[in-house]
Design a protein around this ligand. Structure first.
Ligand SMILES: [Zn+2]
Length: 423
């Protein structure tokens, strides 16, 4: 069965108003297959508009009379200019077998939008229809061999389109950004499991909706993230013991989704020739926003030897974060300026002793460079209390059970608008 035939099958089902997408591909019937032989009262055929081919020619090829084809095209009216329909557009013709005559022509404008031309008597009318996305809940598991992307590529290929797998990795990195630097802290054998809402359109493109619960296992220890919505409607993630994943420091000065040039791979420890290297290097495109890892006050913003353009922020408890090789600073960044966690403070560059664009990051504790992986190791965030705590315990119990399922869809919901990404 061809891909287009499968799409056509899903289209037919979705247009019929059914809430489920058939697992069994719908057979694509050749035009004018005798109904008696198939035992069907309706027939349909799908076709693709060829390069330079007119819609009239395609409809003629699919059995419409010249008069029907002309009337069908005329019904398009202002909805679409039939001379500007792009080659490659999928067109379906449906008919009833008794008369052998076409009753419907469906033009697929985009994965979730079609134009339906319907005949009643000799009159054709056109309407635009939006095919709903279908949202279900899916569990994906992955084992890390090199990166988070690879883990989800291997574990999620069956359930998610490529772009959606990348989006899922980004969303996960965001959830754990106070605990784990996904670009550096993962090791071979670490694993991830995640339950999330998946929206699927008739062309089998997926979008990631809310992540409901996740588990990230590193070195044999798993930290769970359970989504909880506060009374004010704000969502936040908590570990299994009801403590927030948020904390006073982000684990990385660049958002995982912004580290594009090397796409989250482990970085060469030293890109430039810079002796007594005491920091962490992040390869990223010039201009990538650099964020403050925590609330603090700028104590230095200017040139500093091999660091090039350098920014230093003083945080509480004797912590200072230092960002080097910067192309420049965000507006307003100067000595004495207060910054908040996650705020864009500068941009990646290659000033100073750097062979290419990257961010040099240092964490100093009481004036001494320390490895952020250990120095920023979180104790635990703020815990839920009272009624919220009781509510969370209920949600957490269900969520952790879901996490133990086998990979695949857990539950199917009604068609809906695509779930909006949650940040
Ligand atoms: Zn460096």
């Amino acid at each position: 069965m061809t891909r287009s035939a499968r799409r056509a099958a899903m289209l037919v089902v979705a247009l019929g108003g059914a809430a489920v997408v058939l697992k069994m591909p719908w057979p694509s019937l050749p035009a004018h297959t005798p109904a008696a032989r198939l035992g069907l009262e309706r027939w349909h055929a799908s076709d693709t508009l060829g390069r330079g081919e007119s819609l009239a020619a395609l409809l003629g090829r699919r059995g419409l009379t010249e008069i029907d084809a002309a009337a069908a095209i005329q019904s398009l009216g202002g909805l679409i200019d039939d001379r500007r329909i792009p080659a490659g557009m999928q067109v379906e013709v449906h008919g009833d077998s008794a008369s052998q005559r076409a009753t419907d022509v469906v033009l697929r404008l985009s994965p979730d939008k079609v134009l339906r031309l319907r005949r009643q008597g000799d009159q054709w009318t056109a309407t635009e229809e939006t095919i709903p996305w279908v949202t279900d809940t899916v569990l994906v598991r992955g084992v890390v061999h090199s990166t988070l992307y690879d883990a989800l590529d291997a574990g999620g290929a069956e359930y998610l389109s490529k772009g959606a797998r990348t989006e899922l990795a980004w969303e996960l990195a965001d959830i754990y950004e106070y605990r784990v630097d996904m670009s550096r802290d993962l090791q071979d054998g670490d694993s991830v499991r995640v339950v999330f809402e998946r929206s699927t359109n008739p062309a089998n493109t997926n979008r990631i909706g809310r992540i409901l619960v996740a588990g990230l296992e590193r070195g044999g220890r798993e930290v769970q993230a359970v989504r909880f919505v506060h009374a004010d409607g704000k969502a936040e993630y908590f570990d299994a013991s009801g403590k927030s994943l948020r904390d006073s420091f982000l684990r990385a000065p660049l958002s995982f989704r912004r580290i594009s040039s090397v796409f989250g791979r482990r970085f060469h420890p030293v890109l430039g020739i810079w002796r007594s290297h005491k920091g962490t290097d992040y390869a990223a495109n010039a201009g990538t926003p650099v964020r403050a890892i925590g609330d603090g006050v700028v104590i230095f913003a200017g040139r500093k030897g091999g660091y090039g353009n350098c920014l230093e922020i003083r945080h509480r408890n004797g912590y200072v974060s230092r960002y080097g090789h910067l192309r420049g600073f965000a507006s307003g960044i100067r000595d004495g300026h207060a910054v908040s966690q996650g705020e864009t403070v500068a941009y990646v560059g290659s000033t100073g002793l750097a062979t290419g664009p990257h961010l040099h990051f240092e964490l100093l504790v009481n004036g001494v460079q320390r490895d952020p992986r250990y120095a920023l190791r979180q104790s635990a965030g703020v815990a839920l209390t009272g009624a919220e705590r009781r509510q969370f315990d209920e949600i957490g119990r269900v969520a952790l059970v879901a996490l133990d399922h086998a990979s695949g869809p857990l539950r199917t919901a009604a068609p809906s608008a695509p779930a909006a990404p949650v940040h």
